[in-house]
Design a binder for this molecule. Structure first.
Ligand code: NAD
Ligand code: UFG
Length: 342
C-alpha cells in the first residue's frame, strides 16, 4: 500500500468520478472534488460520504474558471489529479463542437495552468477507446493508430497530445492516459450509479430504463454486422473495476514518469444481444427490444488488449457481465428516476 495522499478529482460528482471517490477513500486517500454539476448532482457525493469514511471536500467550480480553481488548490496539499471533468455525448459533440472543444480542451488547459502554478505534476486523464476510431484489428492495444471519428473523440485525442507535450516539457511530469472501453454497472450497494440526462445514448442505461418502465422498448441498432449474432461487440467494464484501475494508477504514478496511454478494458467483448440477455437474466424477465437500422459511426467490434494495464498498474478487471447487469439493475430499481433533484 502506498502512503495516503490527497487526490483532486475534477468531475468527481459524475458517474465514474463518484465510484472512484469511494475506492480512493476506502484506500485511505483524501479526496477533493471540483465539479460544476453541469451533468451531475451533489447527491452523488452525499452518498459517497455514506458509503466510505474519510476526508472528502466538494467545491462547485467550473474548471475553466482559473482563479476559482486556483483558490481550491491553494493550501489543499494536492499530490495528484484525476481529470474526469468534461462533456461526453458523441451526438451532441457533432452539433456543438465549439462547446465540446471549449469545455474539454479549454478546461484541461485551465487545469494545467493551475497545476503548473502549484508544482503539481501527477495527472491521470479520462481518455476513451473512442480515440481508436475504426480499429484495424481487435483486440486493440495501445500501439494501435488513433483517429477519432467524431468531435468528442477528437477532443480526447487533442488532450492526449497536449498532455504528451506537457509531459515532454519537464521530467517531473507523470501522466497516465486511461483509455476506457465501455463503463457500465454501479456500486454494489445500489446507492450510486449512472444517471444520464434525457434519453440515454448508451446501451446499458437505456436497457435499465426499459427494465424500470421509463422506456417502452430498446431499439438494437443493426443486426447485420460481421459478428457471430450480427450485433456490435463492445468491451463492457464494471465501473468498480474502472475505479480500481484509477486507484492503481494513482498508487503507481510515482514509478510512471512521462506520459503513457493505458487501456482499461476486460479484454473480452459482448454483443448487444448478449447484453440484453444478461440484463433480462438480472431483471428476471424478458426486456422488450426490436431491431432497427444501424447507428451512424458504430464500429462492428471494439475490445481491449488489457495487458499493459496489468504490467504497468498491476490491475485487471475482475467483474463479469452478469455482475455488471445485477449491479446496474440494483441501482436502477432502487433509484428509478436517478438522483433526486437538488
Ligand atoms: P459524467 O458526465 O457523469 O461526469 C463528468 C463530470 O464532469 C460531471 O459531473 C460534470 O458535471 C462535470 N463537468 C463537466 N464540465 C465541467 C466543467 N466545465 N467544470 C467542472 N466540472 C465539469 O461522465 P462520466 O461517465 O463519469 O465520464 C467521466 C470522464 O470519462 C469524462 O471525461 C468522459 O469523457 C470519460 N469517458 C467516459 C466514458 C463513459 O462511457 N462513461 C467512456 C470513456 C471516457
Ligand atoms: N446500442 C443499441 N441501442 C441503443 C444504444 C446502443 O443497439 O439504444 C448499441 C450501439 O449501437 C453499440 C452498443 O450498443 O453497438 C454500445 O453502444 P454505446 O453507445 O453504449 O457505446 P459505444 O461503444 O458506442 O460508445 C461508448 C461511449 C463513447 C466512448 C466509447 C468508447 O458512448 O463515449 O464507448 O469505446 F467513447
Amino acid at each position: 500500500m502506498s502512503r495516503p495522499s490527497t487526490v483532486l478529482l475534477t468531475g468527481g460528482a459524475g458517474y465514474i468520478g463518484s465510484h472512484t471517490a469511494v475506492v480512493l477513500l476506502e484506500a485511505g486517500h483524501r479526496v477533493v472534488v471540483v465539479d460544476d454539476l453541469s451533468n451531475s448532482s451533489e447527491e452523488s457525493l452525499r452518498r459517497v460520504r455514506r458509503l466510505a469514511d474519510g476526508d472528502l471536500s466538494f467545491h462547485r467550480v467550473d474548471l475553466r474558471d482559473v482563479e476559482a480553481l486556483d483558490a481550491v488548490v491553494t493550501g489543499a496539499g494536492i499530490d495528484s489529479v484525476i481529470h474526469f471533468a468534461g462533456l461526453k455525448a458523441v451526438g451532441e459533440s457533432v452539433d456543438q463542437p465549439v462547446r465540446y472543444w471549449d469545455v474539454n480542451v479549454g478546461g484541461t488547459i485551465a487545469l494545467l495552468e493551475v497545476l503548473e502554478r502549484h508544482g503539481i505534476r501527477k495527472l491521470v486523464f479520462s481518455s476513451s477507446a473512442t480515440v481508436y476510431g475504426e480499429p484495424e484489428r481487435v483486440p486493440i492495444d495501445e500501439s494501435a493508430a488513433v483517429g477519432a471519428t467524431n468531435p468528442y473523440g477528437r477532443t480526447k485525442q487533442a488532450i492526449e497530445m497536449l498532455l504528451g507535450d506537457v509531459a515532454g516539457s519537464s521530467p517531473e511530469w507523470h501522466v497516465v492516459l486511461l483509455r476506457y472501453f465501455n463503463p457500465v454497472g454501479a456500486h454494489p450497494s445500489g446507492d450510486i450509479g449512472e444517471d444520464p440526462n434525457g434519453i440515454p445514448n448508451n446501451l446499458m442505461p437505456f436497457v435499465m430504463q426499459v427494465a424500470v418502465g421509463r422506456r417502452d422498448e430498446l431499439t438494437i441498432f443493426g443486426d447485420d454486422y460481421p459478428t457471430p449474432d450480427g450485433t456490435c461487440i463492445r468491451d463492457y467494464i464494471h465501473v468498480m473495476d474502472l475505479a480500481a484501475g484509477h486507484l492503481a494508477a494513482i498508487e503507481r504514478i510515482d514509478s510512471l514518469p512521462g506520459c503513457r496511454a493505458v487501456n482499461l478494458g476486460t479484454g473480452s467483448g459482448s454483443s448487444v444481444l448478449q447484453v440484453v440477455a444478461a440484463a433480462s437474466e438480472a431483471v428476471g424477465r424478458p426486456l422488450p427490444h426490436r431491431i432497427g437500422p444501424r447507428r451512424a459511426g458504430d464500429v462492428p467490434a471494439s475490445f481491449a488488449d488489457p495487458a499493459l494495464a496489468a504490467e504497468l498498474l498491476g490491475w485487471r478487471a475482475e467483474r463479469t457481465l452478469p455482475e455488471m447487469c445485477a449491479d446496474a439493475w440494483r441501482w436502477q430499481s432502487q433509484n428509478p428516476e436517478g438522483y433526486p433533484a437538488g
